[in-house]
Design a protein around this ligand. Structure first.
Ligand code: HEC
Ligand code: HEC
Ligand code: HEC
Ligand code: HEC
Ligand code: HEC
Length: 499
């Protein structure tokens, strides 16, 4: 405010002056931005989107909306218009000057640049306007870039914006031990270079989603996933000694009584540079390095493995027959083994029908006293096909028909229990099969263990031999001690007092 003008009410004459000042202010603004249609358009775009961004940012801060689409509007789309407007403004000025030159048929030089003389009140005013607007722009841009980054790093953005695309991974993630870990903590990790890389590859992904050209299913493994050193090891560190862990696995047989069978393993996880044997002690020893070549894109077939020992010596293990040619050896990608080569499903954990039924029955969500429920359930889940609603209906029909035909009295007496089992089976299906993304049972292999996928046995198969005749061993007590194997009432369970 101009101090000389003083309070308006006391001096009516001043009021007139102030009015004039205001008009001139407005006039200067119009002269600055309204001279040319492009500049005017730019100013309008920038001003409107700035106001909208501010409004949405305030609504967001007050938590008045809860959909990622508003975030996309506020932090990705509107900023685009905002910046476009900012670019148009000087473009219009440039165009205007060029036109002025051309109108004179090139006879004149372009009009002279205005003299910047701060003794003239008009120049001072103009400078004031420009400074204020620039400050406002910088404020809005920094607000938008900060909020935009926070928003793009949110689980809601990664998991729900491209709904169909990420539905399988997001659904599996929500039920995993890492459901409270943000997507970006594993997929991007800390630091600027990977942040920039991820945003660059994000542009390609946005295009793929826009034009529907993305792969269905999304291929695994993730080719450019950041080494787990920088991601998993923010929270888990290799030196942590885990020791032996007892694992009790309950599986139900496919007989009338669904007889539960227990397998009890002592997992020799180890770790912590203790020098004792163990899975982690050996595999994540920082002084060793294991490298391998896989011949299929999913890294399931591994004909060659190399170990760099602590003393610098190197041992190579190769499949007995079926060695790679020299050319293949030279061109193949040699991958350094890290956490992900075993823990490739730490959070996107999909189940197979049998495993999922076992878990639901052990937890009591499906009543194991229903005759043949395991067998019927597994069959219904495996045979469900087509789009989701049809498949879910198919599961229900198949189970109902089975009991109507084979156990009519059970069907009548235990209708509620059967319907509850059906609802749980449908939930299992929904969590694991995503027809729109071509994700079905077993699409994503799990590399821990060796039950349904090769997993550890990709290398530990007694078939990979070194030059001195050693193999990568498959001894059943190498990774775990088997205390009981599919027993109905293992004695050891009572001894250990495990229920
Ligand atoms: C605990 C770490 C972790 C978290 C948290 C995580 N992921 Fe993953 N993600 C992985 C790993 C590991 C893979 C498999 C990498 C491989 O096999 O190369 C993967 C793979 C994927 C794939 C490729 C398809 C597949 O299943 O192999 C997509 C897509 C994906 N994640 C999306 C997400 C989204 C979306 C979120 C958040 C909702 C998320 N991830 C959270 C670790 C994580
Ligand atoms: C932000 C921290 C964080 C990051 C990053 C992280 N984890 Fe975890 N992880 C945890 C926590 C916390 C738990 C324990 C969860 C529980 O017991 O419910 C856990 C549990 C686990 C478990 C045991 C799961 C089970 O069934 O009990 C494994 C295996 C694991 N993480 C592997 C990984 C791998 C592999 C990565 C990298 C891809 C990773 N984690 C990244 C925090 C993290
Ligand atoms: C050679 C394969 C392999 C590698 C490599 C590996 N792990 Fe594991 N890890 C396992 C197995 C097997 C288990 C036990 C799983 C079970 O009990 O079902 C395990 C268990 C775990 C657990 C759970 C421990 C507990 O207390 O129950 C965590 C956490 C974990 N691993 C993290 C990691 C991290 C982080 C890395 C990388 C630094 C890593 N692992 C590398 C195979 C591996
Ligand atoms: C890419 C190949 C590869 C995969 C996959 C692999 N390993 Fe290994 N593992 C090796 C090699 C090579 C050795 C060292 C063999 C030797 O020197 O005798 C080894 C050694 C071990 C040892 C130590 C053996 C000893 O003599 O003390 C354990 C335990 C082990 N692995 C567990 C696992 C588990 C559990 C998995 C699956 C979750 C697994 N490994 C997956 C290649 C692999
Ligand atoms: C290289 C390590 C390794 C070797 C060798 C190995 N296993 Fe395993 N095994 C595992 C791991 C890891 C799991 C646990 C997977 C999980 O977390 O559920 C497992 C799980 C099992 C299970 C439980 C399966 C289930 O979920 O119902 C049985 C049974 C089993 N192993 C038997 C054997 C037998 C028999 C041998 C010898 C031929 C053997 N294993 C050799 C690593 C190994």
């Amino acid at each position: 405010m101009d101090k000389k003008l003083g309070p308006a009410i006391q001096f009516p004459a001043m009021d007139v002056l102030k009015q004039r000042w205001r008009n001139e202010w407005l006039w200067a603004f119009i002269r600055l931005f309204g001279r040319n249609i492009i500049t005017a358009l730019g100013a309008t775009l920038t001003t409107t989107s700035a106001l909208l961004i501010l409004a949405l940012a305030i609504l967001g801060a007050l938590r008045l909306y809860d959909t990622p689409y508003v975030g996309i509007m506020a932090f990705l789309v509107l900023p685009g218009f905002f910046i476009l407007g900012l670019i148009l403004i000087p473009l219009g000025v440039y165009w205007e000057r060029k036109r002025a030159t051309q109108c004179s048929g090139g006879a004149h030089n372009p009009p002279p640049y205005p003299q910047i003389d701060f003794n003239q009140p008009q120049v001072r005013r103009m400078a004031g306007i420009i400074a204020t607007l620039t400050a406002a722009n910088i404020f809005i841009l920094s607000l938008v870039s900060y909020q935009g980054v926070v928003f793009m790093d949110s689980v809601a953005f990664c998991g729900t914006v491209c709904h169909t695309v990420m539905e399988p991974e997001y659904t599996a993630y929500l039920r995993s031990p890492h459901a409270r870990v943000k997507c970006v903590e594993c997929h991007i990790g800390p630091g600027a270079p990977w942040f920039v890389r991820s945003k660059l590859s994000g542009v390609g992904q946005v295009l793929a989603v826009t034009f529907g050209t993305y792969d269905r299913p999304i291929p695994t493994p993730v080719r450019n996933l950041r080494p787990s050193r920088d991601t998993c090891e923010q929270c888990h560190w290799p030196e942590k000694f885990t020791g032996d862990r007892i694992k009790v696995i309950t599986r139900f047989s496919q007989d009338e009584a669904n007889t539960p069978l227990k397998t009890i393993l002592v997992m020799h996880i180890g770790g912590g540079n203790q020098g004792r044997g163990g899975i982690h002690s050996w595999h994540i020893d920082p002084h060793k390095q294991t490298m391998y070549i896989a011949v299929d894109p999913q890294r399931q077939v591994i004909p060659w493995v190399q170990v760099k020992n602590a003393d610098g010596t190197v041992t190579e293990f190769a499949i007995k027959d079926g060695t790679l040619t020299t050319e293949q050896m030279a061109t193949a990608e040699k991958r350094v083994m890290d956490c992900i080569d075993c823990h490739n499903r730490p959070t996107h954990i999909y189940q197979l029908p049998g495993e999922a039924m076992d878990e639901a029955m052990a937890a009591g969500r499906i009543d194991p006293t229903l005759p043949y429920i395991k067998k019927v359930g597994v069959q219904a889940l495996e045979q469900a096909t087509g789009p989701k609603p049809a498949a879910l209906e198919h599961i229900a029909q198949q189970v109902r028909t089975y009991y109507q035909q084979n156990y009519p009295d059970v069907y009548v007496a235990r209708r509620q229990t059967i319907e509850a089992a059906i609802r749980e089976m449908q939930a299992i299906y929904r969590r694991n099969v995503f027809p729109q993304m071509n994700v079905t049972w077993g699409t994503y292999p799990n590399n821990i263990g060796h039950q349904h996928f090769s997993g550890c046995f990709r290398c530990h198969d007694d078939e990979h031999v070194s030059e001195d005749g050693r193999t990568i061993r498959q001894d059943c007590d190498l990774c775990h001690t088997i205390l009981a194997w599919e027993e109905e009432n293992p004695e050891v369970l009572q001894q250990l007092q495990i229920r």
